[in-house]
Write a protein that binds this ligand. Structure first.
Ligand code: PAF
Length: 288
């Protein structure tokens, strides 16, 4: 596995691979790789792609300076994990390489209006503009590819899917189910910042989703239930919503079919999110 640092080397590698008939599988990350990322890489390898993993802690998507400064960094472990999982290249560009004029007030920004302003976007203004902007740049450098994203960041996937559609990026999104610990806790780089007690509280997000999925109560009751379960576990609840999986609009009592339950909250100052499929107006076929 090669480690590349410049946009030129990264672009040339991808062009060369395509010229020789290979397809590129792009796995965008911010480093601090865990088994969830490993599953993305392995899925891409198993699909026959030449896998390019990017590791870049994108300052544009952090509205909170402490969150950015404390984002975990495990470069040596990342390299080992990416190699073991079968990646061909790990790209680690510097901030100067990605955003030479950062911080600046004149930066092209990609914004998915509406979808980027609700839920996580409401509490983290500018976050999804930062995500859409950096992902657009990753796509521009990589060129035509399959891009692998985890369903754990459900709103991020919705924002990126909309951007791909609206901008006609030559990119096919491939979504991979959330990887969980044996007790159901969704894997996240941020989990490393939790104490053992904090981790026990954070499990409340998963338990809230299990409660909502296992209930046949109305949407409103299930939302209240999710909030109650999280609060009882010690989570400072940010939201507990049930939404249309494409538009992310809240669903009401008349909605039937596939919806998505989304939860977010703070534990020990760490913001955590999780989500699960829900079938409304019938049996819960998702089996969450
Ligand atoms: O999900 C992440 O790790 C990041 O938001 C992404 C997609 C790599 C963009 O910085």
């Amino acid at each position: 596995m090669k480690v590349l640092n410049t946009l030129d080397d990264w672009r040339s590698f991808c062009e060369q691979q395509r010229r020789t008939g290979h397809e590129i599988g792009l796995v965008p990350t911010m480093g601090a790789l865990h088994e969830g990322h490993e599953t993305l890489i392995r899925t891409a390898v198993n699909a026959g792609d030449v896998v390019v993993v990017t590791s870049f802690v994108n300052p544009l998507q952090f509205s909170n300076a402490v969150d950015l400064a404390t984002y975990p960094a495990t470069p040596q472990d990342d390299e080992r994990l990416a190699r073991r999982a079968g990646a061909s290249v790990l790209v680690r560009p510097s901030v100067d390489e990605m955003w030479p004029d950062f911080p600046t007030s004149t930066l092209t920004t990609v914004s998915v209006a509406g979808l980027g302003d609700i839920l996580e976007g409401r509490d983290r203004p500018g976050h999804f503009d930062g995500v859409a902007t950096v992902v657009a740049k990753l796509f521009a450098i990589t060129g035509p590819c399959h891009a692998y994203f985890g369903e754990k960041d459900f709103q991020q996937v919705a924002v990126v899917a909309r951007m791909v559609r609206d901008m006609a990026w030559p990119v096919t999104l491939r979504l991979v189910a959330t990887v969980r610990d044996a007790d159901g806790m969704a894997l996240s780089s941020r989990n490393r910042r939790l104490s053992p007690q904090g981790r026990a509280c954070a499990l409340g997000l998963h338990h809230a989703l299990v409660a909502a999925a296992g209930s046949s109560a109305s949407v409103e009751v299930r939302k209240t239930m999710m909030g109650d379960v999280m609060r009882a576990a010690g989570v400072a609840v940010a939201y507990a919503e049930i939404v249309d999986p494409v538009t992310l609009d809240p669903v009401d009592a008349t909605f039937t079919g596939e919806a998505r339950a989304l939860v977010a909250g703070l534990v020990e100052g760490v913001r955590l999110i999780d989500n699960a499929p829900l079938t409304l107006g019938g049996t819960n076929a998702a089996g969450y």
